[in-house]
Ligand binder design. Structure first.
Ligand code: FAD
Length: 287
């Protein structure tokens, strides 16, 4: 990849932060405090995940409403699996009435046991529907998979699926997290070769613990390189050492990405502020 700083001097390098909706009133209070700490980073937007099948819709929209009331730009994730055109239309109207201007449009994953059902098969169907229904009211983000979505028939088919989402009207993309910068740069090059011009922002997962990260990564198809897995396993239950090591690894990854031209960074905060704040401090992105 070209080595350059993608942002003009003096203009802060853009970051965004992602939360999941709290399940309890105490969780919502804690999340409010976490958000306030992260606002110090001046995020371009704060996004809130949405449980497939609409399972967190109320909590997602409540958190989005809070973020807007706190004077920040909010993005609502929106998954379409199991949804109908009428239900999506009604939720889009609700989001527009709330003043939401940015969506992360997804297919989602239904928990096993649920039938697929619904009137949307792929995220590209949702993007096309949102554009048809609401014109340019929303900035639409879609998901991208530098290490290939686990259900894809092939890397080429997955890239084509990404292109279909972009051509259906997506404005930009956020990637699944990864620990291998080359996979990201390769994906961006491949997308550009197909003529796709949208910014592709790397999703960054701070390392907060080993067991959960490994379970989660296996499920979503993010590869933990052998050296990283072995080093993490070597720390056993020593969470403090895992986190210290994780800060070094992720800061280095972010530096590589930024130097290689990544247009911004999107942090999967896991509803915690310390790691994201420290990585951004080390990157010199904010004081
Ligand atoms: P799609 O783009 O529809 O792709 C799904 C699969 O279908 C891929 O394997 C693709 O290659 C294939 N495919 C697509 N189109 C076609 C076609 N025309 N023909 C054949 N195959 C095709 N999940 C949630 O439930 N809630 C969230 O809030 C959430 N937020 C996320 C945010 C980000 C940034 C990312 C990266 C993921 C997020 N996810 C979330 C997870 C996501 O829902 C899953 O990864 C899901 O399995 C795929 O969603 P998608 O939108 O990428 O699907």
């Amino acid at each position: 990849p070209a080595t350059h700083d993608s942002v003009a001097p003096g203009v802060p390098y853009p970051i965004s932060v992602e939360f999941f909706p709290a399940k309890t009133p105490e969780g919502a209070d804690k999340l409010r405090a976490v958000r306030q700490q992260l606002y110090a980073l001046g995020p371009q937007f704060c996004s809130v995940t949405y449980g497939a099948g609409g399972s967190t819709q109320e909590g997602t929209f409540a958190a989005v409403r809070d973020i807007l009331a706190e004077g920040q730009s909010a993005a609502s994730h929106f998954s379409c699996i199991g949804a109908t055109r009428d239900s999506v239309r009604a939720e889009l109207a609700q989001l527009q009435a709330m003043g939401v201007q940015r969506l992360v449009a997804l297919r989602g994953d239904l928990p096993s046991g649920y039938g697929v059902g619904g009137e949307f098969q792929y995220a590209s169907d949702l993007v096309a529907f949102i554009r048809a229904e609401t014109g340019s009211s929303f900035h639409i983000e879609v998901a991208a998979y530098p290490e290939v979505h686990p259900q894809a028939r092939s890397p080429e088919a997955d890239l084509q699926a990404f292109a279909t989402k972009v051509r259906a009207g997506a404005d930009s993309a956020i990637t699944q997290y990864f620990f291998n910068a080359d996979a990201y740069f390769r994906f961006v090059d491949d997308a550009q070769r197909l003529g796709l011009q949208v910014p592709i922002v790397p999703g960054i997962m701070p390392i907060l613990g080993a067991t959960q990260l490994m379970r989660f990564s296996d499920a979503c198809g993010a590869e933990i390189p052998r050296w990283l897995r072995l080093r993490l396993q070597g720390f056993g239950d020593d969470t403090a050492s895992i986190r210290a090591f994780g800060l070094d690894v992720i800061t280095t990854l972010c530096e590589q990405l930024r130097r290689g031209g990544a247009p911004a960074l999107h942090f999967y905060t896991m509803n915690q502020s310390a790691a994201t704040l420290e990585i951004c401090r080390r990157l010199g992105l904010r004081d």
